[in-house]
Design a binder for this molecule. Structure first.
Ligand code: ATP
Length: 231
């Protein structure tokens, strides 16, 4: 990895087909996401937003073109080295059996209690963690049935924050949150991610209004790129 390009994510003419599928889901995608900036992806259902960001942690590999992270082609990097740099929050929060604290430490086992608390606070999760008699030591039941969808989502976001990554990927991660929590979370997240590269798939326009770069996808192609004002 090239430290002078820390956090830079670049797509160069990337196309993608799911294995065994005929149809190209992404066509000739090129853009650069920079540290200190938010790059937001919008577009209708099925336009390929999730597929695009899933290529960054290498859940799948691009069929054509190159994806460059920190100056290197991610095809030539060990998955674990790549994923260490990325805080990825899927559409639906995922919890593991164990305590809330161990769930938040999942991506960063060395996170201190203060770091865990700070992450939970930013993710607006303290509000419900503090109402539990066991707080951070609360056991998550199998499948996470003792937490709501929105709480799960906030814990998933807190987990990514506790990792302190150089690249954050939020796949429509704020949609399970009410507007007030969404706004509070984004406000708290801003100082925390000020030097990081933030990639975000969003449905709500309020989530992406302040993005430095908005990328509009349609049927797997980029049909617009710019700030909210420009578009
Ligand atoms: P949404 O806003 O509904 O989440 P999206 O823009 O994120 O949509 P994708 O989820 O990337 O779109 O889906 C793009 C296309 O890829 C769709 O046609 C979808 O059916 C297809 N697709 C998604 N995942 C897979 C998969 N694992 N295997 C095959 N096809 C898939």
């Amino acid at each position: 990895f090239d430290d002078t390009k820390k956090g830079v994510v670049e797509f160069r003419n990337v196309s993608f087909k799911y294995p065994d599928a005929d149809e190209e889901i992404l066509k000739n995608i090129s853009f650069t996401a920079k540290p200190g900036e938010t790059t937001a992806f919008i577009g209708s259902t099925g336009s390929g937003k999730s597929t695009l960001i899933n290529l960054i942690p290498r859940f799948f590999d691009a069929t054509e073109g190159e994806i460059i992270v920190d100056g290197v082609n991610i095809k030539n990097v060990e998955q674990h080295e790549l994923r260490k740099r990325i805080g990825y929050v899927p559409q639906k929060g995922i919890l593991f059996t164990g305590t809330i604290a161990s769930n938040l430490r999942y991506g960063n086992p060395d996170a201190t209690d203060d770091e865990i608390r700070d992450a939970a606070e930013i993710a607006q999760a303290m509000e419900f963690i503090s109402t539990k008699p066991d707080g951070f030591a609360t056991e998550i039941s199998q499948g996470g049935t003792n937490v709501s969808g929105g709480q799960k989502q906030r814990l998933s976001i807190a987990r990514a924050i506790a990792k302190n990554p150089e690249i954050y990927i939020f796949d429509d991660s704020f949609s399970a949150l009410d507007l007030k929590t969404d706004a509070a979370l984004r406000k708290a997240l801003k100082p925390k991610t000020k030097d990081a590269t933030v990639l975000i798939v969003a449905q709500r326009i309020s989530t992406i209004l302040h993005a430095e770069q908005i990328i509009v996808l349609n049927e797997g192609e980029i049909v617009g790129k710019g700030t909210h004002k420009e578009l």
